[in-house]
Design a protein around this ligand. Structure first.
Ligand SMILES: [Zn+2]
Ligand SMILES: [Zn+2]
Length: 382
């Protein structure tokens, strides 16, 4: 009793460690020294037991308090579980680490729930914006109608498993522990099918085509997942069905690019529209609308149209349509167009815009700077 190691030291935590920290530390040790992973290793078995004891005390505030004040002696007569038997350890922490001990800690497996299914649904941007209803057609496992999932031929019943005598588990000796494992004969089901149903060949489930309707909400985005509870595969007799996970894949649109709730769209305008301004037609998900642009628009300039983007799936607010104007340089000119442009070019020569003035000044100073630094370099070279 007096040679017992300190519980905090065993778990490798400080005296101030909180509930979560204790749990984490214990979990790591239990996993490391678990008999399933250390078959026949006495030292590991000892450590597995030690960690369970430490955790049993420190995770109980009353016991922890006594231990903090009086040490190991304070715990005498407090009814600590007997951890000489590994099964007691599994029982003690069974709920805590559900699923983590694998076969070792479970009493029996019981009927398995059905698997989830993933359906990748391709929709277009319009459907994503407005929402849509779709009928999904796919194959999934259904409870066999011939045997109602038992897997037995009509009029027969499953027999008790002989390997585990209907217990679903078997006891194995490992080190000085006796460990329970799920019976391999029946997979923990306790019974085995001796006269299989011809409809499902004893499996209890059959593959069947299904059509499931799904409603895609407005604002659906690429990679969004919707879970349709209970629309996955049928479970084993008595166990729940899995879910159907519908993942939306939104096809790229040739005009609109989506950025969050906003839609980006490039709209080409003619050179004269850019210069003179006026009304242009821009596309939206609800059809084309007229939009005024001011005279003197530059290429790349942006016009925002509020409320013509995508609806946000949560807030229901709608984003903007961001129109990026691209200016087309006229090509394949008619004779008349060319005449007019040449005339304009003549005027341009005598009438230089403020922006071009600024540009040429910068250009001049750039060359002037290069000449100066060039001279300086020559100077240094001599
Ligand atoms: Zn069947
Ligand atoms: Zn069995």
């Amino acid at each position: 009793m007096t040679t017992k190691r300190d519980f905090y030291e065993i778990l490798g935590v400080s005296k101030e460690a909180g509930e979560e920290e204790l749990k984490k530390a214990y979990r790591a040790l239990a996993l490391k020294f678990h008999p399933d992973r250390n078959s026949g290793d006495e030292e590991a078995a000892q450590k597995f037991k030690e960690a369970a004891e430490a955790y049993a005390v420190l995770s109980d505030s009353d016991k922890r308090h006594r231990y903090d004040r009086y040490g190991h002696a304070g715990l005498e007569g407090m009814g600590l579980p007997d951890f000489g038997n590994a099964q007691n350890i599994f029982d003690f922490v069974g709920d805590l680490f559900d699923g983590f001990f694998g076969g070792g800690g479970r009493r029996s497996r019981g009927p398995q729930a059905g698997d989830d299914l993933l359906y990748r649904l391709e929709i277009d941007l319009f459907q994503a914006a407005k929402g849509c209803k779709k009928s999904l057609s796919f194959a999934r496992k259904e409870t066999c109608p011939d045997c109602s999932g038992t897997g037995c031929r009509k009029g027969t019943r499953p027999a008790t498993c002989r390997q585990c005598h209907g217990q679903g588990v078997v006891l194995l000796n490992q080190g000085f522990f006796r460990v329970q494992q799920v019976c391999r004969g029946c997979g923990g089901r306790r019974t085995i099918v001796t006269d299989p149903c011809t409809g499902c060949l004893g499996k209890g489930r059959v593959q069947a085509k299904r059509v499931v309707d799904v409603s895609i909400p407005a604002g659906a985005f690429h990679g969004m997942q919707l879970a349709l509870r209970g629309e996955g595969e049928a479970g084993e007799a008595g166990a729940p069905r899995g879910d159907l996970i519908v993942e939306t894949l939104v096809r790229e649109h040739e005009l609109f690019r989506r950025e969050g709730d906003h839609l980006i769209c490039q709209v080409p305008i003619t050179f004269s529209q850019a210069a003179l301004g006026g009304e242009i037609e821009i596309p939206t998900l609800d059809g084309a609308i007229a939009q005024k642009i001011k005279p003197g628009v530059q290429a790349g300039e942006v016009v925002r149209v509020p409320g013509k983007g995508m609806p946000n799936i949560r807030s229901r607010r709608t984003g903007d349509l961001v129109v990026v104007l691209t200016v087309e340089t006229p090509r394949n000119l008619t004779k008349r167009q060319e005449e007019l442009l040449r005339e304009m070019a003549e005027i341009d020569k005598s009438h230089v815009s403020p922006e071009r003035t600024g540009f040429f000044e910068k250009l001049k100073s750039l060359f002037a700077g290069a000449e100066e630094s060039g001279k300086t370099r020559e100077h240094h070279g001599q």
